[in-house]
Design a protein around this ligand. Sequence first.
Ligand code: NAP
Length: 272
Amino acid sequence: MKTILITGASTGIGHAAALRFHAEGWNVAATMRKPESAGDLAGLERVVVLPLDVTDRANIAQAVQSTLTAFGGIDVLLNNAGYGLVGPLEAVQAAQLERQYATNVFGPIYTTQACLPHFRARKAGLVINVSSIGGRLALPFNSIYHGTKFAIEGLSESLALELAPHGIQVKLIEPGGVRTDFGGRSLDFMQQAGLSAYDASLKAAMSTFMEPDRAKDYSDASQIAEVIYQAATDGSAQLRYLAGKDAQAMLAHRASLTDEEYRDWVVAKFHL
Ligand SMILES: NC(=O)c1ccc[n+]([C@@H]2O[C@H](COP(=O)([O-])OP(=O)(O)OC[C@H]3O[C@@H](n4cnc5c(N)ncnc54)[C@H](OP(=O)(O)O)[C@@H]3O)[C@@H](O)[C@H]2O)c1
């Protein structure tokens, strides 16, 4: 029986992935900051709910050890925990910046590092990092978030090369828009009292982000969980998995343009 350890399994993609793998007979270590938020995962056979804040290294070591104790091994690590930070970079507070990188970049690095001795000993293992279409292309007023997802893309691509000789794979999931708590309670905003220089362009860009048509091709978390399940089980050496109709369309559009043509398209589209 196979085992997956998932970070950020309380809601959204992580929660949907926990249910998907469980339904296929996997053991699931569903980790989350607040285990009391486990909801329908609590009490399921072959699911252990474990406390894990990915910004806490001692906590990571403990969660990995508890998973090994509960199930005897880990086959797949799903680095899913993450959130968005939006607004003008000039307004970012140090604590916000550090929390964003600690969660979206250092968290996956430290969690991967904690699993690697086990994966190397077995000469097998798969690390799946939840990136974003925002790790392949950029939109305005998301600079720090894009920075974290571009970082995940680069480090995953390099890590895949150094782990392959040890029988360990790395894969990337790149969702477009997903109907989760991402754009609601999880979202953080960069704001600075007295800084109004960006108000007009931010308002203009937000009007494009909020267009009802933009959300029509968003995915449900269960659709992204399906892509994750395929990535974990297709036996291929594929590195990147675009997830969602909108992600496919956005990347195809981006790939058809030069950097400058794409920039001009964004400027027009977001009224900058
Ligand atoms: N939704 C989208 O449009 C979208 C698009 C592309 C990529 N993504 C990526 O998908 C991943 C999951 O997001 P989602 O859409 O499922 O949003 P979500 O419903 O807000 O879920 C985010 C999860 O991350 C957890 N989390 C945040 N900080 C954490 C920390 N320090 N330690 C452990 N867990 C932490 C949250 O836990 P709490 O319940 O404790 O807050 C929650 O379980 C993220 O990496 C995100 O960047 C999302």
